[in-house]
Write a protein that binds this ligand. Structure first.
Ligand code: ATP
Ligand code: MG
Length: 398
């Protein structure tokens, strides 16, 4: 069976110096992880990656896989042929039959002769292929500056032909920057925070605090759905579900009413830190933005930060809600996030939450709650779900 070929562009990785190999190795691994069922092989030639797959590879699945793999800035289905002008013309016709340009608009042939032993110049190749395109799409005009469509031809060891590449997500391959635990709620923000953190190469697993029956089974299903939607970007992810009803009730019973949210957030940080240490993660990621709600003032965030020695990353800190919503729509989590099942934070929220806690005082109040036992119990009863790099739930340890 003939194989399917894709050209992959790497972007920022190509700017890396001595570490470049490490980043590239991880990128290859992450791509293969998604497409192994079609015997994915990746070869490198002069700064380009070429992905070879079995001929029956599903193009839609490949497209989804590559457009959610950080480190890929662009990709295109490519066709390889011999270094011979007749073969190039024949292959060009095949490419345009498989990926036809629209019948109106303008085009350009971008030919590059990297192998200078090839007898025709880049210009000559372009002229011949422009004739081929005109023959197939007579009403298209040539526009070298702003073409609607471009056909690329690269003459190297072999000849590669491809049409416009699709945009990849950019960034750096996941797991080149270490591991982090994301606090994943059912809201709009935290899935976006996950993607932003993963874009810089973090391997992200998720923690959800569940307060059943105050938060319903449907709320948990919603969080699982969100985890499955972000899993392709995260190269697969674990979801740790922490049953925190007793912890919440203890906070509600013993803390000052206006401080309940603050105390809950403090206990989330402490719990997340414990889980992170156990799972060898070294940072915590949240979906907080500055001044979005009462618990997201500088004072409140600085208080919750003081509950952990770990680095707390808030990728959304400078984004406004509209930007966050736009990204949530792009990554496909928005429709799920706006389903109406409340998360526990909302149900236990005070009417007049403290917005400017005095750190030392609130810490004393928190210590007085003696949460350690509840936290250890909750971690002991934690359930783990795994979503693979294609977003499918797999082998959950419940
Ligand atoms: P989101 O849209 O992500 O829910 P939000 O704007 O509703 O955020 P909060 O509810 O104050 O804000 O939550 C801020 C952050 O705290 C969330 O982005 C998430 O990282 C974390 N968080 C809140 N509730 C939970 C929960 N039940 N389990 C895990 N993390 C949570
Ligand atoms: Mg929320």
């Amino acid at each position: 069976m003939e194989s399917k070929l894709y050209l992959i562009k790497e972007g920022e990785i190509s700017l890396k110096g001595g570490n470049r190999n490490l980043f590239e190795k991880r990128l290859r691994h992450n791509i293969k992880d998604k497409l192994s069922r079609w015997n994915a092989e990746i070869e490198k030639q002069k700064g380009r990656l070429y992905l070879h797959l079995d001929g029956d590879a599903d193009e839609e699945i490949v497209r989804k896989a590559l457009s959610s793999t950080f480190g890929v800035t662009g990709f295109a289905r490519a066709f390889k042929c011999e270094k011979d002008m007749d073969a190039i013309i024949k292959a060009t016709k095949e490419v345009l039959e498989a990926y036809p340009f629209a019948s109106t608009g303008s085009f350009k042939i971008d030919a590059r002769r990297e192998d200078k032993t090839f007898p025709l110049s880049s210009y000559d190749i372009s002229l011949s292929l422009a004739d081929v395109v005109h023959g197939m799409f007579p009403s298209l005009t040539v526009d070298l500056k702003h073409p609607d469509f471009t056909l690329h031809v690269e003459v190297r060891k072999d000849v590669y032909i491809y049409t416009d590449d699709e945009k990849g997500p950019g960034g750096l391959p996941v797991q080149t920057a270490g591991r982090a635990m994301l606090l994943l709620s059912g809201g709009i923000d935290s899935p976006v925070a996950a993607i932003r953190a993963a874009k810089r190469g973090l391997k992200v697993d998720c923690i959800y605090f569940h307060a059943y029956p105050y938060t319903s089974e449907l709320a948990l299903e919603k969080v699982k759905k969100l985890a499955s939607l972000i899993a392709p970007y995260l190269g697969g992810t674990r979801l740790y579900v922490v049953p925190f009803t007793d912890g919440q009730l203890r906070i509600k019973k013993l803390s000052y009413p206006d401080e309940t949210t603050l105390m809950f957030r403090a206990s989330m940080m402490q719990t997340a830190e414990k889980i992170a240490k156990e799972k060898k993660a070294t940072a915590i990621v949240t979906g907080e933005a500055l001044s979005q709600v009462a618990s997201q003032t500088l004072d409140a965030m600085s208080f919750t930060d003081s509950m952990t020695d770990m680095l707390v990353i808030r990728p959304l800190v400078g984004m406004d809600k509209e930007e966050i919503i736009k990204t949530a729509k792009e990554i496909g989590t928005y429709e799920t996030s706006i389903l109406p099942y409340e998360d526990c934070c909302v149900i236990f929220s005070p009417k007049h939450p403290v917005t400017h806690p005095i750190k030392e005082m609130s810490r004393k109040h928190y210590e007085a709650l003696e949460m350690d036992e509840e936290i250890d119990k909750a971690i002991g009863n934690m359930e783990t779900y795994y979503f693979n790099p294609l977003g499918k739930e797999e082998g959950s340890e419940v």
